[in-house]
Ligand binder design. Structure first.
Ligand SMILES: [Zn+2]
Ligand SMILES: [Zn+2]
Length: 293
């Protein structure tokens, strides 16, 4: 398989889903890369590394879509995180033309899917590095003792990173903005640890045929009338999920603050201004518009 055949394969991602043989393409890229490195062709090796990331992004996005169809929500979330990370890696090395390899579409749909996940809090481990090693040359590196390789740059077709070879766990905290978002806080009872409400994703996926079907989502703030919460005391925690007392939070507002999600399936045009699906979301659960919160 030649590199131009590989490129044609990657261009056709949306139309050749069934007969997609990613393993053969991966093998072709690995072979071509080691030849390029042997010839000292750094630019070519880097271009092949970029194609490897494209293949990986496409593969993980397709797998995430499949996992979502099979209600494996957390596994799908982890693949979407990996997709997001690879887009960051690619950013400074590769500028796709338009929607080349469907990357722009995959990036947009990945972000949209992530918006519909109910996860909000993640565990984050703080690691204090005592010793780091360059993944390219293996040298121990510090600020005073650099090896000359730049983190994120591509050398011999591999991305340079730093591996922590000696470190200390500084502590684990719960945060809504961690470095990565794999450590979802599952707090459900034993046996059904995943207590999250995935109804938004379920309803979306039921309406999508394939991973490249177009859809869009719009988020805004809405207010639910206070009458819905008549049984709630002024000193109870606010139903918006802020963890403040009701009287110090939304009771001062026109209503209880919630997120309003509006989804359009297919291309959104002036002819179809009404959303296909609409929800308001209180805390981490979702309620269909009009239903009791
Ligand atoms: Zn190095
Ligand atoms: Zn509130």
């Amino acid at each position: 398989m030649t590199l131009s055949e590989v490129r044609r394969f990657l261009q056709a991602v949306a139309t050749h889903l069934v007969e997609r043989d990613a393993a053969a393409v991966k093998a072709a890229l690995v072979g071509a890369k080691s030849e390029a490195v042997a010839r000292g062709e750094q630019a070519e090796a880097k271009a092949i590394w970029c194609l490897e990331q494209v293949l990986d992004i496409q593969g993980r996005y397709l797998r995430a879509f499949d996992l979502l169809k099979h209600e494996e929500f957390y596994k799908a979330w982890c693949d979407l995180e990996q997709v997001e990370i690879r887009f960051v890696w690619l950013e400074s090395h590769f500028r796709p033309a338009g929607d080349e390899y469907r990357l722009a579409t995959i990036e947009r749909l990945t972000l949209q899917l992530q918006e519909l996940f109910p996860y909000a809090v993640f565990a984050s481990a703080e690691i204090i590095a005592k010793e780091k090693q360059c993944t390219i040359c293996g040298q121990k590196v510090s600020l005073r003792n650099p090896c000359g390789h730049r983190v994120g740059e591509i050398y011999d077709g591999e991305m340079c990173g730093r591996e922590i070879t000696d470190g200390e766990l500084g502590g684990v905290s719960l945060t809504d903005k961690p470095a990565n978002r794999y450590a979802v806080a599952f707090t459900g009872p034993e046996g059904e640890r995943d207590h999250y409400d995935y109804s938004m994703l379920r309803e979306l996926l039921a309406r999508l045929q394939g991973p490249f079907d177009d859809w869009s989502v719009e988020l805004s703030t809405a207010h639910l009338p206070h009458e819905r919460y008549k049984d709630l005391g002024r000193n109870d925690s606010c139903p918006c999920g802020s963890e403040l007392k009701y009287k110090h939070c939304c009771l001062k507002e026109p209503g209880v603050r919630v997120m309003h999600y509006q989804l359009w399936i297919g291309s959104r045009s002036a002819n179809s201004p009404d959303p296909s699906l609409s929800w308001v979301k209180v805390r981490r659960g979702a309620t269909r518009e009009g239903e009791e919160a």
